[in-house]
Design a protein around this ligand. Structure first.
Ligand SMILES: Nc1nc2c(ncn2[C@@H]2O[C@H](COP(=O)(O)OP(=O)(O)OP(=O)(O)O)[C@@H](O)[C@H]2O)c(=O)[nH]1
Ligand SMILES: [Mg+2]
Length: 690
């Protein structure tokens, strides 16, 4: 039997890189008895981060699902990566969970990714709880962090627990709902005992309990009235109101602890059960016209949110059941492929063990191995129903490298393995360079692409060489132009004839391409117009300045000629191509370069040097602020100047700086610089075609 939907909690652990999500995931499994030993990230012994590349980098790269049992509830935890390069998995996890726990470093407070993920969780309207972690570290401060979280995320962020002691003297937590203190005796499972609230914490506890009650009672008018009149509010009423408020995004409870020494985890598990909503409490999901309720009797609808490509175990798909029951050894339909899929074994990840289960009920999250066609983004259903989850808004992959196999003849294998990895990670882009014909792998950052290559080697046994990243320049036009394209051949037999007149003008940045058919009186038959458009598009794949793709242009086809015998699609395509090439050359073409947002975190002492260096890279600093012990600097810098920034920042800051890059927009490259890029790319072009 499967657990009832109201006994399930689906919880994503999210937060900034290195805030302790994986350590907390480990500690929760340990406290719940799902694992016997508390593994640590530095030793590489955690359940999540089990991939060799995660261990080598000491960071999470993929989401990890684990299920545990607590107070007769099934808790599905999804540990997610904090690094922005792997944000696709964090966003994917947020989408299938009713709630998220934001893990926050008590030294640094809320950081860039925390805020970004918060905004996404708010859009998805899911319940949010915060875990202030690392309270044992030097300069950790729960109350300062709490204030900062309130400033960032609003007044409804409220503590339901406060710590006893601070930094290396942290010894337990006080539960503000029950006004009970819990002292940690050892980091072992259940290694805590209830104690009286220590005298030196009593005043704080009363102060923060009052703040909590103010928030809790706001959930209902009648509760507020009674509270203001001084009535006794029962424990159950507080718990119910807290849960109600949390479920509806009116309260964001803050709890605390130390993941690496298993402090506060038992209270956190209680809070997950008591304060966070079940799939039933959170309610139904509307996908387009279809309303899915977590009921047993409804027809099956399960959404696949994560695929893992493994050359040995095959594909493993993680899925969330939104309605009905998914049975082992059954047959379902993949609604994208319109194809039957045989479900073999259903897998539940319980700590380090994989258990085979007979079924997953509504609201549950689990895994299924060896499906033929199914991958992330697909629905499995009882019948072939058109159903589509809105696409995740993901950052654009702009860090592009050319790859070539180390051994000749491996081209096909490289490409097919890359495609498998792309199934797993939608932020990977694969394409051929129009100019050089090279295979390009683009990701969100250098680390991202390095990880892709490591996986190619470790999982598929193919090694590739990387050429330095290429900046994905683009071209556009600033002016308008008209042009005439004609393709005519008359060499015996049937000739070829196509003729068109076009007019082009710039579109606003980001609008891409628009083709307008203004042909009157059938001077070009409508059956040939798509061929003209095709030719125009072909011309745009490789611009006239330096062969980069052309963007943001509107093309109007307004005149032309045809011949009843000699006209053909090819002839009109070529006419379109010639016309477009000519028009582009005359419409004041310009070169565009990608501008990145760089967010740095450096010790204050290095701020001057770092900004000086950014200026020399054509960077524009946008501001800075202290974040915990570090200074956060934001700047906009052209991508071309940041291709190999990591070692430079390391040497400027003695290894103490950190940064993330994110694509912002394209901007025009100024005259002399554009000249240089054009020359360089012409040289490369000649070299590869020599
Ligand atoms: N002192 C102390 N160290 C901690 C605590 N929690 C985590 N750490 C350490 O901080 C580092 C980062 O912890 P992780 O658990 O990997 O953090 P994460 O949030 O999973 O990191 P990403 O997956 O890269 O986003 C590791 O070295 C942990 O051992 C804590 O409560 N106290
Ligand atoms: Mg992690």
């Amino acid at each position: 039997m499967h657990p009832a939907a109201d006994r399930i909690r689906n919880v994503a652990l999210v937060g900034h890189r290195g805030s302790g999500k994986t350590s907390l995931h480990e500690a929760l499994l340990f406290e719940a008895g799902a694992i016997k030993r508390l593994g640590s990230v530095p030793d590489g012994g955690t359940v999540s981060d089990s991939d060799p590349d995660e261990q080598a980098r000491q960071m999470s790269i993929s989401a990890t699902l684990s299920s545990l049992s607590w107070q007769e509830r099934k808790i599905n935890l999804l540990d997610t990566p904090g690094d922005p390069s792997f944000i696709a998995d964090a966003l994917g996890a947020l989408r299938v969970c009713e709630s998220a726990i934001f893990v926050v470093n008590a030294v640094m407070g809320a950081e860039v990714s925390t805020s970004r993920l918060w905004a996404r969780a708010a859009e998805l309207d899911i319940a949010r709880m915060l875990f202030v972690n690392m309270l044992d570290r030097e300069r950790a401060d729960f109350f300062r962090t709490l204030e900062q979280l309130k400033r960032s995320f609003g007044q409804h962020v409220v503590a339901t627990e406060i710590p006893i002691g601070a930094e290396h003297e942290i010894s337990g937590v006080i539960d503000l709902v029950d006004m009970k203190a819990f002292r940690q005796d050892s980091p072992q499972r259940s290694g805590w005992s209830e104690t009286p609230i220590p005298e030196d914490s009593a005043e704080l506890a009363i102060e923060y309990r009052e703040k909590l009650m103010d928030e809790v009672c706001e959930v209902s008018d009648s509760l507020m009235e009674r509270y203001l009149e001084g009535d006794e509010i029962s424990h159950q009423e507080i718990v119910d109101a807290l849960k109600e408020g949390t479920n509806h995004g009116k309260i964001f409870p803050v709890v605390c602890g130390v993941a690496t020494s298993n402090l506060g985890t038992s209270r956190l598990l209680d809070a997950i059960v008591e304060d966070l909503p079940s799939p039933v409490k959170h309610g139904s999901l509307s996908v387009g016209e279809i309303e899915l309720t977590p009921s047993e009797d409804g027809e099956l609808f399960a959404y696949v949110f994560k695929t893992r490509a493994d050359p040995f175990a095959g594909r493993i798909n993680l899925l969330r059941i939104y309605q009905g029951v998914l049975q082992a050894d059954s047959q379902v339909l993949n609604t994208r492929a319109h194809a039957k899929e045989r479900i073999g074994q259903l897998l539940m990840f319980a700590g380090k063990d994989v258990e085979h289960v007979q079924e997953f009920g509504p609201g549950d999250i689990g895994a299924v191995a060896k499906l033929k066609e199914t991958h992330a983004g697909d629905w499995l259903a009882a019948r072939d129903e058109p159903i589509d989850m809105p696409r995740l808004k993901l950052p654009a992959p702009v860090m592009a490298f050319a790859v070539a196999p180390k051994s000749r003849g491996d081209e096909e294998k490289v490409l097919s393995s890359l495609r498998r990895l792309q199934e797993e990670d939608p932020t990977i882009d694969l394409h051929r360079d129009q100019q050089t014909g090279e295979q390009i792998v683009a990701g969100l950052s250098q680390v991202h692409v390095e990880v892709i290559l490591d996986r190619l080697r470790d999982r598929f046994g193919v090694e590739v060489t990387l050429k330095p990243p290429r900046v994905p320049y683009q071209e556009t036009i600033r002016g308008t132009a008209t042009a005439h394209g004609r393709h005519k051949k008359q060499s015996g037999g049937r000739g070829q004839f196509g003729d068109c007149h076009i007019e082009i003008e710039p579109l606003a940045a980001g609008e891409g391409f628009e083709f307008v058919d203004k042909i009157k009186g059938g001077v070009i038959p409508s059956s040939f117009i798509p061929a003209v458009e095709k030719g125009v598009r072909e011309a745009m794949e490789s611009g006239v300045l330096a062969g980069y793709p052309v963007k943001d242009v509107r093309v109007r086809l307004f005149d032309g000629q045809y011949h009843s015998v000699d006209s053909s699609e090819i002839a009109f395509r070529l006419a379109g191509l010639h016309a477009m090439k000519q028009a582009l050359g005359e419409a004041d073409p310009v070169l565009l370069e990608p501008i990145m947002q760089v967010t740095l975190s450096v010790p204050e002492a290095y701020v001057g040097d770092v900004i000086g260096d950014l200026n020399s890279r054509r960077g524009r600093p946008q501001g800075m602020q202290p974040v915990g012990a570090m200074t956060e600097i934001k700047a906009e810098v052209p991508m071309a100047e940041m291709l190999t920034y990591a070692p430079d920042l390391r040497s400027i800051t003695g290894g103490q700086g950190d940064y993330t890059l994110e694509f912002l927009r394209y901007e025009e490259v100024s005259g002399h610089l554009a000249q240089r890029i054009v020359e360089q790319s012409t040289q490369e072009h000649t070299a590869t075609h020599a």
